[in-house]
Design a protein around this ligand. Structure first.
Ligand code: CU
Length: 356
């Protein structure tokens, strides 16, 4: 019987890598398809490294920034939250690091001191005849009311924070974020519907790299977090993220924006960010989504608004209002938020895309 158990365990061990191996070709197929799609997207942009794009307007190659060490990325030995670059993020970090942790520490200290005092003061040696008291109205009121007050003190700033996260200001730009096994696509309905396909970059010595394949350098970002094509957004503007998935549940997360929202198939979730300063920020899929879940990082580069227009042009997109044929609403999200009559445009485009 024992031998039978061992046989099952052995079979399980052998079967697991086999399953992983058999899943792998499909894993490879998805990035391969995505890589094929990426140059197609680039082709419009007459990218210098692009694979012979059609003859379109010659645009200057866009210069991506290198990340700043310690900003928007995890640091070795880090033990706290990342430095926040959004107002909501700062509010949430303060709430967590100062208020919640402070309250936890105070409660723990009070309980510990009380326990130690009782253990010492009422030990048998010092207190040979114990009290027979079983009720004390005053103490019972106190130990009911004080926890209620503590919960209220947590609930009020917590609800205020949730309101800031979910009831957000009018968007200057909308980006539709789509999770795929195992990469991300970013669509810009305000910019002619252009699409960015974002795959992880492999390490220089990776055996699966073919000659000529692009690999990660430090200018791209840290290992396992760098991608071939970043999402670019304008700094200082309200960017709305409409988040969904093509296959299973993923989660779109950016720690330095205090942002995390599930990407569910057949459902559109919304969140937003207004990034204070230009920079390169790194996140990861945060919902276990399959074999290569750990290999679908998220990179967002926030750039000054003028540079954003240059990036859009380099990707073959249009700025709202620039070409009425593509963006009929004449919206100016990245330039003049006030003159932005475009909510119908992105939502219509979104619904169209969401249905396929
Ligand atoms: Cu995922």
């Amino acid at each position: 019987m024992k031998l039978f158990g061992w046989a099952i365990a052995l079979a399980a061990i052998l079967a697991t890598p086999a399953a992983a191996q058999s899943a792998n070709p499909t894993n490879q197929a998805a990035p391969a398809a995505a890589t094929a799609a990426a140059p197609a997207g680039n082709a419009m942009a007459t990218d210098p490294g692009g694979t012979g794009g059609p003859a379109q307007a010659a645009t200057a190659p866009f210069q991506y920034e290198a990340p700043t060490t310690g900003i928007g990325e995890p640091v070795p030995g880090g033990w706290s939250t990342q430095e926040q670059v959004t107002e909501v993020g700062r509010e949430a970090a303060t709430f967590h690091n100062i208020w919640l942790l402070g309250l936890c520490a105070a409660i723990t200290a009070v309980v510990l001191i009380l326990l130690l005092y009782v253990m010492f003061r009422y030990r048998r040696g010092a207190n040979p005849t114990p009290s027979r008291t079983s009720h004390n109205t005053m103490i019972e009121v106190v130990w009911t009311v004080v926890p209620v007050l503590i919960l209220v003190a947590i609930a009020i700033p917590s609800i205020r924070l949730m309101r800031a996260q979910y009831a957000f200001p009018k968007a200057d730009l909308t980006v539709k974020v789509i999770g795929n096994q195992w990469y991300w696509t970013y669509q810009y309905p305000d910019n002619g519907g252009m699409e960015i396909v974002s795959n992880i970059l492999r390490e220089p010595g990776d055996p699966t790299l073919k000659p000529g394949d692009r690999f990660r350098t430090d200018a791209d970002g840290p290992p396992l977090l760098a991608v071939d094509d970043r999402m670019v957004i304008p700094a200082g503007k309200v960017v709305k993220f409409i988040v969904t998935s093509n296959d299973v549940i993923h989660s779109f997360a950016m720690p330095s924006f205090w942002l995390k929202i599930d990407a569910n198939p057949g459902q559109l979730n919304e969140t937003w960010a207004k990034v204070d300063r230009p920079g390169v920020y790194f996140g990861q899929c945060s919902e276990l989504c399959g074999a290569r879940h750990g290999y679908m990082p998220i990179v967002i580069e926030a750039v000054p608004p003028e540079k954003f227009a240059a990036w859009v042009a380099s990707k073959g997109g249009t700025m709202p209002g620039a070409t009425p044929a593509v963006a009929p609403a004449g919206a100016q999200p990245a330039v003049t938020p006030a003159a932005q009559p475009n909510p119908p445009t992105p939502s219509a485009a979104d619904r169209a895309t969401a249905n396929d």
